[in-house]
Design a protein around this ligand. Sequence first.
Ligand code: SF4
Length: 389
Amino acid sequence: MNAEIKGWCPGALRPMAAHDGLVVRVRTPMSRLSSQQAKTIADLSTQYGNGLLDLSARGNLQMRGVSEDNHPLLIDALRELGLIDASIDIEARRNIVLPPFWQEGDTTEQIARELIKELSKQDGPAISGKFGFAIDCGPVPLIRTISADIRIEQSEAGLICRADGSDQGRLVTKENAAKAAIELAHWFIATGGVVKNRGRMAAHIKDHALPAHYLESPAQEASAPAPKPGQTKEGFLVGATFGQVTAETFASLAELAPIRITPWRMLMLEGCSTEPVLNEETGLITKGDDPRLQLVACTGAPACLQAHGDTRKLALSLCHDLPQGSILHISGCSKGCAQPKQPADFTLIAQDKNRYALIRNGTVFDAPAAENLTKDELTTTPQTHLVRA
Ligand code: SF4
């Protein structure tokens, strides 16, 4: 069940080859698209790609199925929308995740814009494309579970900039927070954090002591859970089943409002104060108790060439049988692309077209509790298998 693991994240200028063509990841500044930008992206996805858009786990948008020939044309069109960086290096390091609830002029917006400016300088820190920054300045941290290496968040004593993996940070102000984050990124590089274009902060600080001034104030212990689809005061949150929407659906959402891309595989319709009327076939989720929110599944067979079996169809057929609040992750192979690190209550890994290994309360890398479970066994007696450990 071995799979090929690539050590970098795709961007727009450096896309990744997949079974269905190039994956072009657009790092939307501030995770926001105006209605016009979003409509144009939908058109471009149909014109140059296969009309499918993925929402990434860090709040980016991926266009799929782009051919090598179409890639330069797509980049030109995205550049006209203001969504392309000046170089591959800048694109790779401008990896910023933020909750979608920021308002113009607030602390999150101010720091994020400053950080974008710093990371866009030609001499910005040479971190890898997986290394990222989380700007999470609400009263309680909201994106702690989202992958990032340097976090700016509120502590009891005020705003701090901290290394991921450390429970202490440096006290900063909204004026100097971005610079402190850049300084910490340079420390990471100077102390050997980047090896062969890889390296993450939490692993690095296990054997490299942080500078003392990044250990001056404790981080908050509390953090808030991810929100659910529904109304918020900043807009309406709409979930996307398996984090994917069609270009047509994306265009219809863009008609309603500007779109903010969240790190929870949801889209926020900015300023929208009523529940949008959506066709069931769009796969969009507007209710917080929808059982499809309990599902995580990669593309699987037949679309992914590395997949040993189907993922999404099986997941949909099991979602009504899951214990309340549990998460089911189905992976087409042992790579676990859809959720490599975070444990799920149940993880099924396709072993072949009809058989699955089951891991309880773990990830694809943990030992299975059962193997060779057939689709039939899983769907006819789910209560025997999908029982919490
Ligand atoms: S985890 Fe899924 S998407 Fe990733 S390589 Fe395996 S089958 Fe393909």
